[in-house]
Design a protein around this ligand. Sequence first.
Ligand SMILES: [Zn+2]
Length: 298
Amino acid sequence: MELLNNCPLCGKKSFSKFLSIDDHFLSKESFQLVKCSSCKFVFTNPRPRAEDLQKYYESEDYFSHSKKNKGLITVLYNAVKNYSLYKKYNLISRHKSAGKILDIGCATGEFLNYFYKKGWGTMGIEPAKNPRNFAINNYGLDVKPEESIDELTAKNFDVITMWHVLEHVPELNKRIQQIEKLLKDDGFLLIALPNYLSWDANYYKHHWAGYDVPRHLYHFSPSTISELLRKFHFNIFEIQPMKFDSFYVSLLSEKYKSAKMGFANAFVNGLKSNIHAKINNNNYSSIIYLAKKEKRAI
Ligand SMILES: [Zn+2]
């Protein structure tokens, strides 16, 4: 295990205990979340060393929700996924109608393939070999392993996306720095993240599936992601809710609670979360952040 002595966001050394969470998904091990006393960033600490993280992904299910057609969750997941692809494309093409897109953590490549078919230049980064090979062999996409990020041409991409990926990346600051380098000055960055300030996170507490330890190393709120991006001269210019995520995360959370009537509860709680966010504070279960580089005089 690796114990962080400095907050990954602000560098300060004083943290308080936030929550203790079990890995409900795979290992059943228990992990501690801490909150920085200074900037309020919540992160998993201690956490597995980078070289040991791999084993926490070694489940047939993790990257292959989409590949097996069994169970109601999977059927719903696929229907929502297809609709989501269309929505994601619309969101991005509202700001850029064509160009080159880099998807970091592209998994099996469905999102990139959608853009490829619309005539975009596409490139993917995927650390896990099986989904990477699937994207290459099944869609003919250009997908590289994680270490290739450093070799990519600077200022080459109009759009860089990370869909529920940044919370998994051990070298958080380095990754944003790399993105700043790869993105064109007039391009934009899209980051989708779970939000632990959502109604469903507060309702499910240590059973909330959005914590997903130890795979999720960081637990962002709208203000901490904004703070991280500002460090690297990015400004958030738009946020969008991911309204299906509250249902999906609630369904998984019900499963982790081993609750009876989990499906009905998840539906009600997913809805409550969305309504609460809409009325009160925009703290949706998952949020898409769009950010641009600050214009700087050189
Ligand atoms: Zn901090």
